[in-house]
Design a protein around this ligand. Sequence first.
Ligand code: ADP
Ligand code: MG
Length: 417
Amino acid sequence: MKRNLTVLLLSRDAADGREMNRAFSSHSGVSVLMTSDDAEQLFTETMRLRPSAVVINLGHMGEPALKLVQRMKTDCPTTAVICASRDSSPDLILHSLRAGARDFIRLPISEEELNTVVDRTVEFCAQNVADEPKTRGKAIAVFSSKGGCGCSLIATNLALIQNTPTVLVDLNLQSGDLELMLGVRPKFSLADVVENRDRLDDALLASYLTHHSQNVALLAAPIKAESAEDIEPKHIYEVMELLRQRYQTVIVDTPHSFDAATISALDNCDQILVVLTLEIHAIRSTRRALEIFDRLGYSRKKIRLVVNRWSKNVELDQRQVEGFLGDRVLGFIQSDYRAAVNSINLGQPMVLSAPTSKATSDLRQISAKLFDGKVEPAPAGSESKRSFNSIFRRQAPQIEDFGLTAALERANLGEAQ
Ligand SMILES: Nc1ncnc2c1ncn2[C@@H]1O[C@H](COP(=O)(O)OP(=O)(O)O)[C@@H](O)[C@H]1O
Ligand SMILES: [Mg+2]
């Protein structure tokens, strides 16, 4: 991966801003990502893009400039703060260094000084890379073998529940719709990340994401469906790896198929949240999906089942479903048609638009179990697929189950033959 320095520039004075831009852009090892005259915008973009350096023109700014230097140093310690000024009095240089600047450059910028500052910044960044803990974020795929079970809704809400930097990946390459669910308008997508993967550094990667809130960013599906054709499964694996190196949590909304790109993403996830609804088609195709996961060599610990759109009107016993699927259910999300549809129409995920709803609290519980590892013990008698028939024979349904029990039995017998 090529390591270009990425730089943001701040200057209240427009002519100085142009001069700074000209000088830094002329250096082959530097990419100028933005030139701004607004300190707040510079700070926000620095937090978002994590550039190698910010260059702050102290002219026309006075004391607030030094406060900004201090804030940058504390909140974004991996970015080198470089002060610039036409006034190069020892007093000003001393004050800026005391505030936390790593370097000082005089305006107008001479080529020699520029080279020295760039070399020193490269050294600073190399040291940061050496000091970086080699951690990998947790990756969770949300999958269902049938469309309409609620994968996209669950993936989106789970991302918003996290308090740590989280990226949500829309792997529905031909028909992504997470931007609608988040109410954002992506300018870039997975296709840009894949196309530029050989020159990606942290800042460039971050610039291809669409930021929803402080912690949540979206890696959108390709904006033009045809650009999805160039994306190969190995690219998906590489992109997942890059994201995991940079973000604490990666949540992938997957298509409802076992195509090579999806499997590549599933391979590079710690867990797969398999979503189903209590309909015979969904239950049966979930069982087939679990068999495919077995064949792919995934450990059952990697799989977590979630029942969505649950309603007390369909009280199929949890043990019956677990017995049929041979796995326990991590959680149930209540059906709430109004909250779900409103959230999608408003582009405001349920955790924001219906924070007190039961469905939201169900989602929060599932998130806690997934991310804090709080998994409740399996109910007795649900351990194995083999016990399916005996469980069904022992427990005649006490409640209205809309024929599901019989349908499950038929499904089971049908497959056994
Ligand atoms: N808990 C829920 N209660 C009611 N409706 C839901 C719930 N979860 C999802 N839905 C609805 O189901 C439909 C499909 O959801 P979506 O997330 O797009 O599914 P998928 O991505 O699996 O195809 C949407 O119209 C959504 O409003
Ligand atoms: Mg979807």
